[in-house]
Design a protein around this ligand. Structure first.
Ligand code: EPZ
Length: 426
């Protein structure tokens, strides 16, 4: 079993380049199914979730090539059967996007119920409600969701909750439906806008992405395209949090500063200096962090996917902070792990109260999910002594070359096998 081992409290310096956005890539790759030609997608992050979804398409009959590390060329024309079995999709939440894409293409789809990060109930009722408005019926049978329509016809959908997944899935199903589909109370995340731009580059007519009303005018055909994915907002935010934890001065490159505003505002409130440039930001931390309160919200609020990382740095801030997780029911499982490092956190339902300590101390910890794992790295970089992080496969689902990138900015971090004597003695 592999672990990440970090000797903390080394200041970070230099430059780091952010990869393409995971949550855009895992929506855009299934969207290729809708095309009648070859799609070339650039700025693809080389991470497990993206490689998995590309492999699923390949096993369904698509031709997938990787002409270089950050580009995928996908020819979906070999996909004839709109069925994705449990064996193919079980590790990935975002495989549910195949439902919308296959439904949009074939007017029917069968996809095994999704897996992915476990932080509370992850319903798909809003996705199915959208499909129903478009004329598709669903049943759940043998662990598969099966959706089918005689013909997809546009309609008016008002989402009960702001859901990224439902917004994506309904856009995918609607793009070739007859007439206009209107999605109200739609999610506004940057990856929703990126998906809309990608679909439009294939010839779709999607308007309003980035606002809470999205209008999709159905088209008959989608064509080949070349498209470059936006940079990853959460990867960038994680490096920002890491500098806030360890201290130092780092230029974070290949970012869209606008996408980072809610994170930037919170870090500034904590006393971190952030300079914004066209496609990079500089993060400087030279004194102890101040406490602050954080509430997660759909975009443009503070992202839930940055909640564990910001909590990790608040454990070392001066004073008491309150973190309110307003998106997911159970996203505090990592707190137990931070406590091993000396953090003082109490959790009551969706609230965590954090009493800042001077500094955390290294300890053996686990990555309980993707962002929880990122939070362990962030905490360990600011902690005294050695931290060993187990279950790093969760981290590798979403962070490209995480060890190499941190090492390049001066972190004492390495990946080791657990039978490596260095780990046992560390
Ligand atoms: C996406 O998940 C992201 N995943 C998650 O990021 C992220 O945490 C989440 O959006 C919120 O920003 C991808 O983009 C692949 P939702 P998704 O549907 O689409 C409720 C990461 O770390 N809901 O926006 O599954 C739901 O229970 C991952 O990169 C319903 O009630 O999230 C939750 O409380 C983890 N009914 C809220 O909406 C539904 O039908 C938001 O969920 C759908 C959702």
């Amino acid at each position: 079993m592999e672990k990440i081992v970090i000797n903390g409290a080394n200041k970070l310096h230099g430059e780091v380049k952010i990869s393409g956005a995971k949550n855009a890539a895992v929506a855009i790759i299934p969207a290729v199914v809708l095309s009648d030609g070859v799609c070339r997608i650039e700025n693809i992050p080389n991470i497990m979730d993206v490689n998995l979804i590309a492999k699923i398409l390949q096993e369904m009959g698509a031709k997938v090539q990787r002409p270089n590390k950050t580009t995928l060329e996908i020819d979906p024309r070999g996909i004839k059967n709109p069925v994705a079995t449990y064996d193919l999709v079980r590790h990935m939440r975002a495989s549910s996007y195949l439902l919308g894409a296959l439904l949009g293409k074939f007017s029917r789809a069968e996809v095994a119920l999704p897996g992915g990060c476990d932080f509370g109930v992850r319903p798909v009722d809003q996705h199915l409600k959208g499909f129903a408005v478009l004329g598709a019926k669903h049943i759940v049978e043998g662990g598969m969701i099966k959706v089918k329509a005689d013909k997809l016809v546009g309609g008016h959908i008002y989402l009960d909750v702001v859901s990224v997944g439902a917004t994506v899935n309904i856009m995918l199903a609607a793009v070739k439906a007859e007439g206009r589909t209107t999605i109200e109370n739609a999610a506004k995340e940057p990856h929703i806008v990126d998906l809309a731009n990608f679909l439009n580059s294939m010839g779709a007519d999607v308007r309003g992405a980035g606002t809470d009303v999205i209008k999709v005018n159905g088209v008959k055909r989608l064509n080949s395209t070349t498209y470059s994915i936006i940079p990853d907002q959460i990867e960038a935010g994680t490096y920002m949090a890491a500098v806030a934890s360890a201290g130092g001065n780092v230029l974070i490159q290949n970012v869209i500063p606008k996408h980072l505003e809610s994170i930037t505002a919170k870090l500034r409130e904590m006393g971190v200096i952030i300079e914004e440039y066209d496609d990079s930001i500089r993060v400087i931390k030279d004194k102890r962090l101040k406490r602050c309160n954080v509430k997660t919200m759909p975009h443009p609020g503070f992202p839930t996917d940055m909640q564990p990382q910001i909590a990790a740095i608040l454990t070392m801030a001066d004073g008491t902070s309150i973190v309110n997780e307003a998106v997911w029911d159970n996203r505090f499982r990592y707190v137990e792990e931070l406590r091993r490092m000396g953090a003082e956190i109490s959790v009551d339902g969706k609230l965590a109260v954090i009493e800042g300590v001077e500094q955390l101390e290294g300890a053996p910890v686990k990555a309980t999910d993707l962002r929880a794992g990122a939070a362990m790295i962030v905490a360990a970089l600011g902690a005294k002594g050695t931290t060993q992080i187990e279950d790093i496969r969760h981290i590798e689902r979403g962070y490209e070359d995480v060890v190499e990138k941190f090492r390049a900015i001066g972190a004492d971090i390495r990946r080791v096998y657990s039978n490596d004597p260095a780990v046992q003695t560390a």
